[in-house]
Design a protein. Sequence first.
Length: 339
Amino acid sequence: MKNIFFIALVIFCVPQHLLAKNAGYKDSLMVEKIWDKAPHNAFPDMIRFENEFYVALREGNNHMPDKSGQIRIIKSKDGKAWESVALLEKEGLDVREARLSITPEGKIMVLTAVGVYEGKYKILYPMVSFSDPGGRNFSPLEKTSMDLIPSLDWIWSLTWHKGTGYGVVYRLKETGWETYLLKTKDGKTYETVSQIKVGGNPNETTLRFDHMDNLYALVRREAGDRMGILAKSEFPYKNWTYEKLSVRLGGPNFLIPDRAHLIIGTRYYREEGASTALLTTDLQGKIKDTLILPSGGDTSYPGMIIYKKRLWVVYYSSHEGKSSIYLTQIPIKNFKLRP
């Protein structure tokens, strides 16, 4: 696997008028392709577990659901040499992108969705798998349950906080998609907490907690103006405030690196095509800085962790012709984390 230095690729992939946005990073950012075994490698997520990096990705024939999708789990001690540790699949169903978390019991939880797609989804529901305590073996996928009447449902990601897992289910309804905050103790059975009412066919949603136990939700929307939403709620997370972002989102992820900022990873829509970008914002989602990663075509879904004072980002892109998985790391000090 070859290393790709940022300064060379950014000139190739990013228009000249955007280069200034990347100027503070060019001497410290390196991107490496870490996985390209399948015809289409996409939708990654990443965590640290037992002193190793773990990445989940979807392997399939193409981007769209065609029953070829399966989840590959890979791991690495240093972020350079990777090995496969699990393959999760369901015969006759397409397994979509997986999100990773660590349960209070100290196991890796893989949250994914499976479905049948024929022009639109005919079947769609969440499933989970758990590792053993050492992260070496993973259980077969099993279906989750919730206290909502079953629909076309997808719990897109899960965040654990003080022994409880929180996730947002989006429900594909003919009258318009809906999003609900759910909570769980075991990752398998979910209880409704509140509805997140943003309109515009909300779907993929990532949750994070700040130091005051406030809950932030970053929501993708696919109707109306399609602009992303940053929602916020205080415990017990029944009532929400909403801030509309100035950008569309795709595969949204974010971290709260301090008490004044967010770092958002997303598909970045531009006239000349989409890229994957990191956005530094205030707590209301106002963008302060934009970093365009070497990317293009079919791209996005960044997995993000902070480790040893660096932001590690795994994402997928087809800018080199084939949809592949890439990893980069950026010193946190390089982000404009200032009042």
